[in-house]
Design a binder for this molecule. Structure first.
Ligand code: SF4
Length: 159
């Protein structure tokens, strides 16, 4: 599966994660009008100064080990599954940023293998962005319920 197929699946799955989401529908350009809408996983949030900022909003994975009845990503649901690598998420973020599509990243995830394993992958992603790519933009990274405090501390120090 290529990275754009993953992006399609994991940006769509992220639209259920609580936040302002302005990327949940398609709208084609008609009559040579200006712009169009696309399910591309870009949403908006507000900075501390009240400014609106656009974010790449994705799940790291929707291949969840749990089966919460209310959730689209529950194990028993028949949906397409995908999982990024930390490098893929970091590369998408930095490339979208350089193209001026986004100003930051909203990263959440289902639980793959166990909470610590999943959280470690999220921390790796943020570490690549902050320390290798020197990305100083906005990152909203969810913590995985049940993961160790050490990983939350690591994320806090990195981000
Ligand atoms: S743990 Fe989260 S992603 Fe997984 S099924 Fe429950 S609510 Fe959905």
């Amino acid at each position: 599966m290529d990275i754009f197929e993953k992006l399609e699946i994991l940006s769509d799955a992220a639209k259920y994660d609580a936040s302002c989401s302005s990327s949940g529908s398609n709208r084609k350009n008609k009559n040579n009008g200006i712009g169009n809408g696309d399910v591309s996983g870009i949403c908006h949030s507000w900075g501390a100064d009240g400014r609106c900022i656009s974010l790449l909003k994705i799940l790291f994975t929707n291949a969840c080990i749990y089966d919460c009845k209310y959730c689209i990503n529950r194990r028993s649901n028949d949906v397409r599954r995908a999982t990024f690598t930390p490098r893929e998420v970091a590369d998408l973020t930095i490339n979208f940023y350089k193209r001026n599509y986004i100003e930051g990243l909203f990263l959440s995830s289902a639980v793959i293998k166990n909470p610590d394993y999943t959280m470690e992958l999220l921390v790796q992603t943020v570490t690549i962005l902050r320390e290798e790519y020197n990305f100083n933009g906005y990152i909203h990274c969810k913590t995985i319920p049940g993961c160790s405090k050490e990983l939350i501390d690591k994320l806090r120090k990195t981000s």
